[in-house]
Write a protein that binds this ligand. Sequence first.
Ligand code: ATP
Ligand code: MG
Ligand code: MG
Ligand code: MG
Length: 564
Amino acid sequence: MRLSKFHLHTTKETPADAELVSHQLMMRAGMIRKLAAGLYTWSPLGLRVLRKVENVVREEMNRAGAVELLLPTIQPRELWEESGRWEKFGAQLLKIKDRKQADYCYSPTAEEAITDYARQELGSYKQLPVNFYQIQTKFRDEIRPRFGVMRAREFLMKDAYSFHLTDADLVREYENMKAAYTRVFTRLGLEFRAVQADSGAIGGDASQEFHVIADSGEDALAFSTGSDYAANVEAAVAAEPAPRAAASEALRKIDTPTQKTCEDVAALMGIALQRTVKSVAVVGEDGVFVLALVRGDHAVNEIKLGKVAGLAGYRLANEGEIAEHLGSEPGFLGPLNPRKPIRIVADREVAAMADFVVGANEAGFHLAGVNWGRDLAEPDTVADIRNVVAGDRAADGGEIRIARGIEVGHVFQLGRKYAESLKASVLDENGKAATPSMGCYGIGVSRIVAAAIEQNHDAAGIVWPAPMAPWEAVVCVINPKNDANVAAASESLLAELLDAGVDAVLDDRGLRPGAMFADMELIGIPHRIVVSERGLAAGTFEYRARNAAEAENLDKAALLSRLG
Ligand code: ATP
Ligand code: MG
Ligand code: MG
Ligand code: MG
């Protein structure tokens, strides 16, 4: 591949709507272009990365014994009526009419379609277990699409669905998929964590999420330093039988001045605290509040907050209501930094504070003001809060810590819900009809691209983990038009790299070195080799790894062994 014949189009400008560094860099590198809200074109460069991720996912799914198929994206209303999700799925489900006015939806997930396939295809226990998967476009009419392909409306998902005669066999495949996911994210070179999850709209029993760890992540994860316990805060709260009572109790105990992070308080109260939340709060009937409030239009996950509110019997309140309850003026709430320590203070001090988060209960308001200067609180009360987060699941001598994550994968044990409602059955060993048990397993293929950048970038641009780089190596040709020797040496080096199995590209665009190198750093190519007249005269190539501070001069043998 020659860049002179490829469409590479980098830009210096950062679009105004791009808040996250991954969105900015994907735009500047020219990997994606916006068509409309939540709809992105993948450029030739972006597509190379997307395909690499897709292939790693495909290889590991195949290796784990899953079989690939492809379901339609447009699906009839009748099918979704059978599962009850035509109504239940909510506004994320894009509904479409055809020319005969028949109703369809664009698949946001495919339990119905795969169960329809299964009820036609699977007749005997001998065909089980089986795990079907596809890598297919999904559409969800997200309430606020943002962060580029991170939360898009149209996106690429790997979704797999397994069918089993027994629940024990479902559990076996669930573990098999977790192992496959672990291989996928390890191979992609990402720092990730598997956590207990809320099963959300899809329903079902056991469920875990895989998160790429990043400060910009929308989810708060609680994990123990002393045991394997790790959960999405959403799930930690959902699993807590009486979250309001427990939270009130914990708040009561911390009425002396002490410090927490905003995340601690949010976790305590059972909301996934987002970086930037627009005038929302959760209010319990007993007067317990938590606000997670920041100016601006960014990141509350309204759906999650709504879900938690529903679950715990909380409702959403606006800033005015809270101000009234506190006897303060509306507008008194300032910006919130989720990572700064906060101080729990007494009621009326609040009016004097510009920045705070908060908790209040009927025994007196306990407002958590942001205290920029001090360290985390004394262990006892922090432990109280953390125990609420962890429920009875032990921190086991360790501490419960909070990290932020980007959900890139999700595995569920669905059970028989879909098979029952769609009347899928197989004959068991005794010739009796049996309803198969199901699992489902998703990976956000396109989201992984953005998540990887959140984790791997520097001031010059993207620093791809090699397995997902658009090319592993670039051969930069200095002055190709005027120097036939350099051009020929570059071509033959490219051929040798390709022969050695290195996914290499030639930058023969004839740019000045500075501009050429800046482009290659921006698009994150792991290995850069410069071919120049001077180097050739000395019998060397200039080599620089994307994450190395210095370049070095290597002869061809050394170079090839470095890249091999
Ligand atoms: P989120 O909590 O981020 O909204 P989800 O729990 O709704 O995600 P799932 O139904 O579990 O998503 O779908 C499987 C995977 O698809 C997710 O783990 C995520 O990686 C990816 N995904 C979901 N929604 C989007 C989206 N709007 N844009 C890109 N990827 C998405
Ligand atoms: Mg969602
Ligand atoms: Mg989720
Ligand atoms: Mg999920």
